[in-house]
Design a protein around this ligand. Structure first.
Ligand SMILES: Cc1cc2nc3c(=O)[nH]c(=O)nc-3n(C[C@H](O)[C@H](O)[C@H](O)COP(=O)(O)OP(=O)(O)OC[C@H]3O[C@@H](n4cnc5c(N)ncnc54)[C@H](O)[C@@H]3O)c2cc1C
Length: 333
């Protein structure tokens, strides 16, 4: 496994569960600061249960049960449940560092070796199967002959956190306020406080948007109550990858952002990476050869990635059912 981020650790755990002997190489040190947070979708929570960490992730995170969208120009309002049919749990909000720490502890628990602080390339490792879980700037992707460039998604983002939730806004509800230049997002919890972001259009990845300009739309929302007391992240340029290039050979395969990075606007990158892990393990368990399994995996996951990358207006990208992610039954067979 090249990469010990969300995609790499979950794939390692899923492959170990079907009996594979797995080793993980992670370029960063184990204690590297992992900023920010993610909201994992219901399918990710089903998948995390399958690899033995769902309960722990729910304990360090908090549930997100609904999304409420307001168009601040037209006044149009919308609501979306953050439960999905067939999946037991709602979306879950978690600090990225807590998510990775739970996943990496689980590697230790099930005896998967993880070499931290060691960057490797697919040509340097010897294994029946090499999984490139090395993120949006994957070298494994390049070595597979996939030269698709990472594109600037046209927006920058800044995150803020404050230890108290915004008074008067319902807890565990993701609020989005769209405005002509971007989107403000907010979710709050009594234990973990306020999490907000401002995503703003920008001409170029190197062009900084002035802080005052970035925060102005936020000041017109109830989240304004915590903005000046919040801890602010740096400003990040957002990138995405067209997922139509090569994903696998007969013995090497891409998962997570290495195959299909999307802007956080999709809210799906981490969730998709976790789904990939389970689908890869199921494909390997069910096919006669590794090469056949990798073709099945790519054929299953690429349409989902393409629909997420460029969704058809009015259509939600397909979501895997719980059955698509279960390992227990096929492990017993
Ligand atoms: C600002 C932001 C907010 C987001 N919010 C959400 C959200 O709310 N919900 C959601 O579902 N998704 C979200 N995402 C997307 C999500 O974070 C990513 O899709 C997810 O982290 C991808 O995981 P990954 O393991 O594929 O890649 P990464 O997290 O990039 O991990 C790749 C790992 O590989 C390692 N690596 C790289 N090269 C090598 C090498 N040669 N050898 C060894 N190791 C190597 C890296 O050190 C890294 O640890 C967000 C993304 C961003 C940028």
């Amino acid at each position: 496994m090249i990469g010990g981020g969300i995609a790499g650790t979950t794939a390692a755990l899923a492959l170990a569960k079907i009996g594979a002997d797995v080793e993980v190489y992670e370029a960063a040190v184990r204690t590297a600061a992992e900023g920010g947070w993610v909201t994992l979708g219901p399918s990710a929570m089903t998948a995390l249960d399958q690899i033995g960490v769902g309960e722990r992730i729910r304990a360090v995170g908090f549930p997100v049960v609904e999304a409420r969208m307001v168009n601040t120009v037209t006044g149009q309002k919308d609501r979306l449940s953050r439960y999905e049919p067939g999946h037991r749990w709602s979306s879950t909000h978690v600090w990225r560092r807590d998510l990775l720490s739970v996943l990496r502890d689980r590697l230790d628990q099930v005896g998967i070796g993880c070499r931290f602080g060691l960057a490797v390339t697919a040509s340097e490792v010897s294994a029946d199967l090499v999984v490139g879980a090395d993120g949006a700037r994957s070298t494994t992707r390049r070595l597979l002959g996939n030269s698709t460039p990472l594109n600037f998604a046209g927006q920058v983002i800044r995150y803020g956190h404050h230890p108290m939730p915004v008074p008067g806004l319902p807890r565990h509800v993701l609020h989005f306020w769209t405005h002509p230049d971007g989107v403000i997002g907010y979710v709050g919890d009594d234990r973990d406080g306020s999490f907000w972001f401002s995503r703003h259009d920008a001409d170029a990845p190197t062009g900084m948007v002035e802080l005052a300009q970035l925060l102005r739309p936020l000041r017109a929302t109830p989240a304004a109550a915590v903005v000046d007391m919040s801890e602010l992240s740096d400003q990040y340029a957002l990138h995405e990858l067209d997922p139509s290039g090569i994903w696998n050979s007969t013995d090497t395969v891409l998962t997570g952002d290495a195959a299909h990075a999307v802007s956080p606007a999709a809210g799906r990158g981490a969730t998709s990476s976790i789904e990939d892990a389970l689908v890869l393990a199921r494909s390997l368990r069910q096919a006669d050869t590794i090469a056949a399994a990798l073709d099945v995996y790519t054929a299953t996951r690429r349409p989902v990635a393409e629909a997420t990358y460029r969704p058809m207006p009015g259509h939600r990208p397909p979501r895997p059912t719980a059955d698509d992610l279960f390992l227990d039954e096929i492990v017993r067979k």
